[in-house]
Ligand binder design. Structure first.
Ligand code: KIV
Ligand code: NA
Length: 275
């Protein structure tokens, strides 16, 4: 069996074979990711859009994350699990410690992920000092959607690139274990990758990062719309729809269930019932 990834080992994986991360939100998905030897499972607050039906990650609560992370942990007991701290659960040091503490203790998460750089550096510092591994997340950070005014690619101006690089360096200096880079130009991600000590994990950030992460539904063809950067590696939606239509047709024609899928009682017992 594959050796388990840990926060400590992540740091030494930089510059080696690219790391493969994917999101999961429940037991059945986690079983599949562990069997496929995905390096790290991210229980993302994207659960808000993919599973809960919201149009952003803003409504997702800490209790939602704890619930979903517990399901994932039961399906993937041997895979490194990173869990998102959702919107407004790390606004100051004591809130961040309390939120991250619940995630770690109630779900057995291996690390927590927070969006932002210098503006949350005290929280990152406190978590790391209290032995909670932290994954950073910069670029198109969906919890800041109202500030960005939409899902727009970030770090596209000289000033924007400089701010992103400074945020990445600050997080790196304060002991994060890995850095997710989302929705930024490929060469900005490549530059950041060369200038931080921890592995960078890209999503919509080109192919020069130390690893990639994809949302389960986007990566497996389970969504109905895809962002430009997402590539469906399977057609789960098509397969499921085909199965559902077949099921419907066979029920309506009474060809399901057939004899092979039914229980039977011997004539003797049946006759006894009538006697
Ligand atoms: O919530 C999520 O799925 C994420 C990834 C897109 C990085 O944060
Ligand atoms: Na997220």
């Amino acid at each position: 069996m594959k050796e388990r990834m840990t926060a400590q080992k992540l740091k030494t994986a930089k510059g080696q074979t690219p790391l493969v991360w994917m999101t999961a939100y429940d037991y059945s998905q986690a079983l599949l990711l562990e069997e496929a030897e995905i390096d790290v499972i991210l229980v993302g607050d994207s659960v808000g859009t993919t599973v809960m039906g919201y149009d952003s990650t803003i409504p997702v609560t800490l209790d939602n994350m704890i619930y979903h992370a517990s399901l994932v942990r039961r399906g993937a007991p041997r895979t490194m699990m990173v869990v998102d701290l959702p919107f407004l659960t790390y606004t100051d040091v004591s809130t961040a410690l309390k939120s991250a503490g619940r995630l770690i203790q109630e779900t057995l998460a291996d690390a927590v992920k927070l969006e932002g750089g210098r503006k949350i550096i005290e929280q990152v510092d406190a978590l790391v000092r209290h032995d909670i591994p932290v994954v950073g997340h910069l670029g198109l950070t969906p919890q800041s959607i109202h500030t960005f005014g939409g899902y727009r690619v970030q770090a596209r101006t000289g000033e924007g690139i400089r701010a992103l690089v400074d945020d990445a360096r600050a997080l790196d200096d304060h002991g994060i274990s890995a850095l997710v880079l989302e929705g930024i130009p490929d060469r900005v991600a490549a530059y950041v990758t060369q200038h931080v000590s921890v592995p960078t994990i890209g999503i919509g950030a080109g192919n020069q990062t130390d690893g990639q992460v994809l949302v389960f539904h986007d990566g497996l063809g389970l969504s109905s719309r895809y962002p430009k950067f997402a590539k469906p590696f399977a057609d789960v939606r098509g397969t499921v729809l085909e199965g559902l239509r077949q099921y419907r047709a066979e029920v309506q024609s009474r060809s399901f269930p057939d004899d092979a899928h039914s229980y039977h009682v011997p004539d003797k017992e049946w006759n006894e019932f009538w006697s």
